[in-house]
Ligand binder design. Structure first.
Ligand code: NAD
Length: 471
């Protein structure tokens, strides 16, 4: 039987493949690739019934070439040291690809979240934060966690509160974690950022006629048939924005099952049905699939795995019908499966690029926290005033008056959400063209993943070379 390749090894295989196209010294490449620090902790949790349980958790800091390091915290029963290191490494490369000036980190707590009450989760999160602080694995300039699988704004609020309680009057304490609720220093647009970024990335790829022709697809997102696996934060928002952008969602998968309707599924209505019946199955007009993984093999143009890693493997890769695989989750396609898909002429939009929207907007949140002012607060009225004066001048010169709605629409200055979304759009479009250009320089013989890795390796290497090696 073939040996199961571990997640970090998969990431490193991809790294090595790309590194072979660069000219950096091998010692430097080793240093970039290795995970610099891993903190494995075990701590007790008092359950509501008074019993005591031990909890295992990790925080990995893959690269401190830029500080702070940044990366989510995952609550899942599958979390282990290898996974945390792999995800931390992906964060280093991801930040480099989207020009976010952070190193890569990742945290994980090995728990099935659903087994615990809210009070228990709060105690667990606060204790985890305490353990991180004890070893200097959290802080605005050191290591800044964010949400990931199984965590969200609620957990981030507990983290910031614990950090603040345990540190002495730190002016910038809000910047110790991102993905916080709005009233606790969060930024508008962060919750949906990864899904929105996924949408921007897929839309941009579909806009390039030449690339679409190679896939026997037409240019543009309009009418493209999409299947999404995982209706959590990333999957739900990606599906929703893709639908709003003109794509047709033909299949949706959750852990309890999957549904298919070639005519299209309304994402919000499916979610409401799931809330009401506690299952995605038996949605009116849709067919239930025998197994949830069957959704991955549905006839469609774009497949968006947005749940967990290792979903497309050598076992099912040759049955995937989608022409484009948009990796919204981290590591959903194994390295061997990616080879099979590439040979079959498919386009994989790699995770380290496609799901970088979350860290991009986390960066905006961190900047907001350090500057202690809501984005756009200082300029919005001023912009509106300038725009109003320009339009009035145009009206005076032409002698014509714009309808009030049009006038008000044009003068509007940018609020926080507008700035965040346009900053994210700009980032995702720029980054796509950077990696596509690298692929072009290699005569389109390499994958976008390899191109993305080359891009990241070059940027991290420049950082090391310019800073020099201490001492
Ligand atoms: P989440 O917990 O909000 O959602 C995950 C969803 O996947 C859940 O609804 C879960 O029920 C579902 N799921 C689990 N196993 C499944 C299976 N076998 N088949 C179908 N559905 C399944 O998590 P999330 O934050 O949306 O993260 C999803 C992925 O995206 C992870 O790989 C994560 O690392 C990655 N990611 C998340 C962010 C972020 O900002 N949240 C950023 C970058 C990458």
């Amino acid at each position: 039987m073939a040996r199961k390749i571990k997640f970090f090894e998969q990431v490193n295989r991809n790294f090595d493949k790309a590194a072979a196209y660069t000219r950096h010294p091998s010692g430097l490449l080793d240093q970039i690739k290795i995970c610099n620090s891993v903190y494995h902790m075990t701590f007790p949790l008092k359950r509501d019934d008074g019993s005591i349980e031990t909890v295992q958790a990790w925080r990995a800091e893959h690269s401190q070439h830029k500080l702070p390091v940044k990366g989510g915290i995952r609550y899942a029963a599958t979390v282990n040291e290898d996974e945390v290191m792999a995800l931390a490494a992906l964060m280093t490369y991801k930040c480099a690809i989207v020009d976010v000036p952070f190193g890569g980190g990742k945290g994980g707590v090995n728990v099935s979240k659903w087994k615990y009450s809210e009070d228990e989760l709060e105690r667990m999160t606060r204790r985890f934060t305490f353990e991180l602080l004890r070893k200097n694995f959290i802080g605005p300039g050191v290591d800044v966690p964010a949400p990931d699988y199984g965590t969200g704004p609620r957990e981030m609020a507990w983290i910031v509160d614990t950090y603040n309680a345990l540190t002495e009057s730190q002016l910038d304490y809000f910047a110790c974690v991102t993905g916080k609720p709005l009233a606790q220093g969060g930024v508008r647009g962060r919750i949906e950022a990864t899904g929105r970024g996924t949408f921007f990335g897929i839309r941009e790829a579909c806009e390039i006629k030449k690339d679409m022709q190679k896939l026997s697809l037409t240019k543009g997102l309009e009418g493209k048939r999409v299947v999404v696996q995982g209706l959590g934060n990333v999957g739900y928002h990606a599906a929703k924005f893709l639908q709003e952008g003109g794509a047709v969602i033909v299949g949706l998968a959750e852990y309890e099952g999957a549904i298919h309707n070639p005519e299209g599924l309304d994402v919000d209505k499916v979610l409401a049905h799931r809330k009401e019946t506690e299952s995605i199955l038996d949605y009116p007009g849709a067919k239930n699939l025998a197994q949830t993984t069957d959704a991955l093999e549905l006839d469609c143009d774009i497949l968006v795995p947005a749940a967990l890693e290792n979903q497309i493997t050598v076992e099912n890769a040759h049955r995937i019908k989608a022409r484009i695989i948009g990796e919204a989750a981290n590591g959903p396609v194994t390295a061997d499966a990616a080879e099979i898909l590439m040979k079959a002429g498919k386009l994989i939009l790699p995770d380290m690029y496609l799901n970088a929207g979350g860290v991009t907007v986390s960066y905006f949140e961190w900047l907001k926290n350090l500057s202690h002012v809501r984005l756009g607060r200082m300029s919005r009225r001023f912009e509106e005033d300038v725009n109003r004066r320009i339009l009035r001048a145009v009206e005076d010169l032409t002698g014509k008056q714009l309808p009030e709605n049009t006038f008000n629409g044009i003068i509007q200055g940018a609020g926080e959400e507008d700035l965040v979304n346009s900053g994210l759009e700009e980032t995702m479009i720029n980054a796509y063209h950077q990696i596509r250009e690298i692929r072009k320089q290699h005569k389109d013989e390499i994958s976008l993943r390899t191109a993305a890795f080359i891009n990241a390796i070059d940027k991290v290497a420049v950082s090391y070379m310019e800073l020099g090696i201490f001492p």
